[in-house]
Write a new protein. Structure first.
Length: 342
């Protein structure tokens, strides 16, 4: 309860699955199975940090994952009968997602809509993702024909990006009054309604882009991801991938520019390093390893992106280890999905 007397949502349920633990992937597999999907290892490395905020008939997940292939196939669909919708939004990293056989590489801020009654696949090499689960009746009351958007990367336009809206929600989810949770779902479904209401031609125009610009953007992101400790000015990135500065600017404009992508990726790396190291390793050293010029620079970027300081994130991980009430586990997730699909 706040001083104003308005009840706030409970703290998120969390789970960090370290690569040092032999049963980490098995536990993650069981969690994902609770949501109606299967997951498989990509290579030999797996790690995940997950936080969840549940609001009655919607749930927000904040995940950082390394090395997992997620699939929902017809057998899962027949078995569980889930009918919810969910938006998967990429904050940073390397993720390929969509309908099976039609997956596309995502860029930061991309939002992909999935209908739980249709197959999907999401391959996460090293990704920082936010997902919001929405009840079907609430979505279709506003956007009755939204099913055709299944597996599509939703457009960004002057009315605002769904991806950016979801990322904004997750930053302040812990402080939401319980009475405002329905408002979150309403805003998301209203934005879906605006998108779904367009003609097919208008929708195609909104999501279409130059293959050349997309190629340049992906090359730039790969270079950034592999060189976080280096000087990553726009000139450096442009020169390294063999394009002009103006060409790089046009290619990166849709994702906020080179420095925005660099900041997000360095913050994601810092988050991962904090998860892996105990308090004997200073956050300043981890910020330096992530490519930040100083701990203050790293802390400012981290709080801007994740809504909490690196120290608060470390403290939350520590407290989660001893708080069963705030621990995320498959049974709890199954209860949430049952509520959403009632």
């Amino acid at each position: 309860m706040t001083t104003s007397g308005i009840p706030h949502a409970k703290n998120p349920q969390r789970r960090h699955l370290s690569r040092a633990s032999a049963d980490s992937f098995g536990f993650y597999h069981d969690m994902i199975q609770s949501s109606g999907a299967a997951t498989y290892l990509l290579g030999d490395t797996f790690e995940a940090t997950i936080a969840a905020h549940h609001f009655g008939r919607s749930t927000l997940y904040d995940r950082q994952i390394i090395g997992a292939d997620h699939r929902r196939d017809p057998a899962h669909i027949r078995r569980d009968g889930f009918e919810h919708y969910y938006l998967q939004v990429l904050r940073s990293g390397r993720v390929v997602s969509g309908r099976p056989g039609e997956e596309r590489r995502l860029v930061p801020g991309d939002a992909v809509l999935f209908d739980a009654t249709q197959p999907m696949r999401s391959i996460v090499d090293d990704g920082d993702l936010v997902t919001i689960i929405l009840a079907r009746d609430q979505v279709e009351a506003v956007a009755p024909d939204v099913r055709h958007l299944h597996g599509s990367i939703l457009p960004r336009d002057e009315t605002g990006s769904l991806g950016q809206a979801v990322l904004s929600f997750i930053r302040c989810a812990s402080s939401f009054p319980e009475t405002s949770a329905a408002g979150v779902g309403h805003l998301i479904t209203s934005m879906l309604g605006q998108i779904q209401g367009r003609s097919d031609a208008a929708y195609s125009d909104a999501v279409g882009e130059s293959n050349l610009e997309l190629s340049r953007r992906l090359r730039a992101e790969i270079f950034i991801d592999n060189n976080l400790a280096a000087d990553l000015s726009a000139d450096t990135v442009a020169r390294s991938i063999g394009v002009s500065r103006s060409s790089l600017y046009r290619a990166m404009q849709a994702v906020g520019g080179v420095q925005t992508v660099v900041k997000r990726r360095r913050a994601a790396r810092l988050r991962l390093l904090i998860s892996r190291h105990d308090e004997a390793t200073s956050i300043g050293l981890l910020a330096e390893r992530s490519g930040f010029s100083s701990i203050s620079h790293g802390s400012h970027a981290f709080k801007e992106i994740y809504g909490q300081s690196p120290g608060d994130f470390r403290a939350a991980l520590r407290s989660d280890a001893i708080s069963a009430a705030q621990s995320l586990y498959p049974g709890r997730m199954r209860d949430w999905y049952s509520t959403i699909n009632d």
